[in-house]
Design a protein around this ligand. Structure first.
Ligand code: ADA
Length: 556
């Protein structure tokens, strides 16, 4: 399933069968088609562990009429064909996209998805990096049979008023015919229903705004993550034509001076950076493993997770909604210097990823902040302009959440004043030997002298590496679990002792595979800074983090 709850009861929607054929025609690939499971990464196939190239997926499907194919995530160039007719092209592994085919004759057809995970100048965001750009179809593929018009999206902003909560909704409907249609759109939420009649001009998308006065509903908090189903229905001539259900939570995020407030209460963040990856499954993490990750983080007393460095699977966000885990979600881009930012594809690809992320994940109550541009060139004029553009794009897409970006530790940042919350990645005791509070206070001073005074500050990364199973109890050698544990302890205590930060995200939850070009500082071509390894086996630091996180005040 694309989500972890039923999204349609009128629209005919089903996930593609899991078995597809894959041909990987480039060097080191598969000359003849073989069976593979979707969602999945092709690196799970023993012959394709290191394959970089094209992958052609095929499946026979039986369908007819107006067909919508929804692809939750394809890594990372995709072209979708139905019987050789191109339905859609897409760049980027971490957001979904659709392909439409109208008036398809009833019967058997071939769905073909051509993918490519080779790097090159056309790819500005997927580059050889400190995580792995996998190949394949990493999220579910859904087939839908539509009528004359369908609901393309529904965004809901919960707003606290004197009379309880309102839900301000925008529901978008696309008319697939050339004729003008007349329709009615309704929204049911928390036992209330509102509706409006609307004209639907031919071949166009129309937005309908509705407000549901929900009154005294139960707010969403990390301790009581109460979710409400919001069901939008489209009727044409009084007959139900299409529907879309999503879930929302009633909560408000606001920045006030140096505090981030959730329903008026300041947040104290204690959490993890988590890459979407699990040993052997790569980027296509099974939902059971997603939930296990959240359980392990909770066990350690974490209340938040950062989706470094790209939008995550909506099923992971569904689980965060359900379990009350706060999420920093960010668009795709890690460690890209000015040269990479000047690639003409950079801003268009970033813009597209950002728009898709916000559109597709808007309603998740767990997301409390949007991020972008991890450790790019915020210290140059050109780079800073890209940051400003990306931050204002996020704000224009969603005025209900604060925006931030995780910046490098080095001085010279030019965009502290442009963010609602200033975030910084620090590695004292690992990449340099400075004492933790000294490094943090130095950075805080620089932030406050350069436009960031009186803004909340988050330590968005801090951490140290350990190779799982490597022990050196006496000497605490670099890469030993003992050394990592000692450093993380100093880092957590140092950061949480500062009254001037809203909290931290440890780097990182679990070890992840990295690109081979990073082998030199990454034993086993793995970023080993996880407190669990890639199979979620706890390192020594696990228990220490639990003690420190759980020992902190338990307000949000
Ligand atoms: C950076 C970066 C991470 C990771 C980390 C590290 O801060 O944002 O992606 O590379 O450093 O392990 O050094």
């Amino acid at each position: 399933m694309e989500r972890l709850f039923q999204t349609h009861s009128i629209r005919r929607s089903r996930e593609c069968e899991p078995v597809w054929t894959l041909t990987a025609p480039d060097a080191g690939g598969l000359a003849r088609p073989e069976k593979v499971i979707v969602p999945g990464v092709w690196e799970s196939h023993p012959a394709l562990r290191n394959y970089r190239g094209r992958g052609i997926y095929e499946q026979k499907i039986t369908c007819g009429g107006n067909l919508r194919v929804w692809l939750g995530g394809v890594s990372f160039q995709a072209a979708v064909y139905l019987d050789d007719a191109l339905l859609a092209e897409h760049y980027g592994a971490y957001t979904g996209f659709e392909g439409l085919a109208l008036d398809v004759p009833e019967g058997e057809h071939t769905l073909r998805i051509e993918t490519d995970n080779r790097f090159g100048p056309d790819s500005a965001l997927h580059i050889p990096n400190d995580y792995y750009s996998y190949g394949g179809i990493n999220r579910p593929v859904v087939l839908e049979e539509l009528g004359s018009a369908y609901i393309t999206g529904c965004r809901i902003v919960p707003v606290r008023t004197e009379n309880g909560w309102n839900a301000e909704a925008e529901i978008r409907v696309h008319n697939l015919t050339a004729e003008n249609l007349r329709g009615a759109v309704s929204l049911s939420l928390a036992g209330r229903e509102v509706s409006a009649e609307t004209e639907l001009p031919g071949n166009r998308t129309t937005a309908v705004k509705l407000t549901v006065a929900c009154g005294d509903v139960q707010p969403w908090t990390p301790e009581t993550p109460k979710l409400y189903a919001a069901r939008a229905v489209l009727c044409l001539d009084g007959i139900p034509e299409d529907d879309l259900t999503d879930r929302i939570g009633f909560r408000e995020i606001r920045v006030d001076g140096k505090e981030i407030l959730l329903n008026g209460e300041p947040l104290r963040l204690k959490g993890f950076n988590r890459h979407e990856e699990f040993g052997g499954f790569g980027l296509a993490v099974p939902p059971e493993a997603m939930l296990q990750d959240l359980q392990l983080m909770r066990e350690m007393g974490a209340n938040c997770v950062r989706t470094c460095h790209y939008p995550n699977d909506p099923r992971f966000l569904d689980l965060c909604d359900e379990t009350g885990m706060l999420v920093w979600e960010e668009s795709h881009a890690r460690g890209i210097g000015e040269e990479g930012m000047r690639n003409p594809r950079f801003m268009p690809q970033l813009r597209q990823c950002t728009e898709e992320m916000v559109e597709q994940h808007f309603n998740h109550p767990c997301i409390f902040i949007w991020g972008c541009l991890n450790e790019c060139a915020d210290d140059t004029e050109y780079g800073a302009a890209c940051y400003r553009e990306s931050l204002s794009l996020l704000r224009s897409l969603d005025g209900s959440r604060p925006v931030t970006a995780a910046l490098l530790e080095r001085p010279g940042g030019r965009v502290y004043g442009d963010m609602d919350v200033v975030s910084v990645n620090l590695y004292p005791q690992w990449y340099h030997d400075t004492d933790v509070r000294t490094a943090l206070d130095k950075k805080l001073k620089e932030i406050s002298e350069n436009g960031g005074a009186d803004k909340p500050v988050i330590v968005s990364e801090i951490g140290a590496g350990a190779v799982y199973g490597y022990h050196d109890p006496l000497g605490g050698a670099k890469w030993s679990e003992e050394r990592q544990c000692r450093i993380l302890k100093d880092q957590i205590q140092g950061v949480l002792s500062s009254p001037d930060v809203s909290g931290l995200f440890l780097w990182q939850f679990a070890d992840v595979r990295v690109d081979e070009s990073w082998f030199a500082r990454r034993p086993k071509t793995v970023n080993n800074k996880g407190v669990v390894d890639e199979y979620r086996r706890p390192k020594l630091a696990f228990g220490m983090v639990k003690e420190l996180f759980r020992g902190q005040r338990q307000d949000h």
